[in-house]
Design a protein around this ligand. Structure first.
Ligand SMILES: [Zn+2]
Length: 227
């Protein structure tokens, strides 16, 4: 089975995109590309865009879209992307998606495959806001799905369980609202272009993985049929 195109995952934080994209990249033998990695890569390779971006990144500034898109194009033009690649957390906006479509067409990749992870707000809150971390060994628990034997205490080493700032309910709600504002329009954009697939992100990791493989296979067959 081959990917031979860009695979884009959409979904709110905590939907399982990171886990699934790494796993699928390994199984399909394609690169897994996050924006941060692509930027750092361009800096390391010392490309012209990398040299422009390096001082901005050092100062912690946001790198402008024009530079980011140029780096994406440089990265996916490399030989290891010839069999396809998976984007993690990219594109984030409609202008980026439109620009990416032009780059993909120019490099001969055709349309991307886009998979949206559907997870209800309650499930996300349970998954993320229910997470407590051991202050000693770093083990994670979930007060709803995998609670410790004694509330607030680690089963393994008796360490105190703490909630990371990122995992607090109000922060999770904020992130979800930001996701709705920014990423929902992206899903609509890709649906209008006929390349959006939706999967149930609440299913067990193994089931989601199998379903993703099924989607890649099915949509690949469909493309062959059009050749
Ligand atoms: Zn512990």
């Amino acid at each position: 089975m081959s990917l031979n195109r860009a695979l884009i995952f959409l979904g709110p934080p905590g939907a399982g995109k990171g886990t699934q994209s790494k796993r699928l990249a390994a199984v399909l033998g394609v690169p897994h590309l996050s924006t941060g990695d692509m930027l750092r890569d361009a800096v390391v390779r010392g490309s012209e865009l990398g040299r422009m971006a390096a001082p901005m990144m050092e100062r912690g500034e946001l790198v402008p879209d024009a530079i980011v898109m140029g780096m994406v194009e440089e990265r996916i033009a490399l030989r290891d992307c010839a069999g396809g690649f998976i984007f993690d957390g990219f594109p984030r906006t409609i202008p980026q998606a439109e620009h990416l479509d032009r780059i993909l067409a120019r490099l001969g990749y055709g349309k991307p495959l886009v998979v949206e992870f559907h997870v209800s707000a309650e499930t996300l809150l349970r998954r993320v806001a229910g997470r407590w971390t051991c202050s000693v060994g770093g083990e994670t628990y979930n007060v709803y799905e995998r609670p410790p034997r004694v509330a607030g205490i680690c089963d393994n080493d008796g360490g105190k369980l703490i909630q990371r700032a990122d995992d607090r309910a109000e922060i999770v709600r904020e992130r979800m609202a930001a996701y709705e504002r920014q990423t929902k329009p992206l899903a609509d954009y890709y649906r209008d272009h006929g390349v959006l697939e939706v999967i149930d992100g609440t299913a067990p990791v193994e089931d989601v993985h199998r379903e993703l493989l099924g989607i890649v296979r099915r949509t690949d067959d469909k493309r062959d049929g059009h050749l």
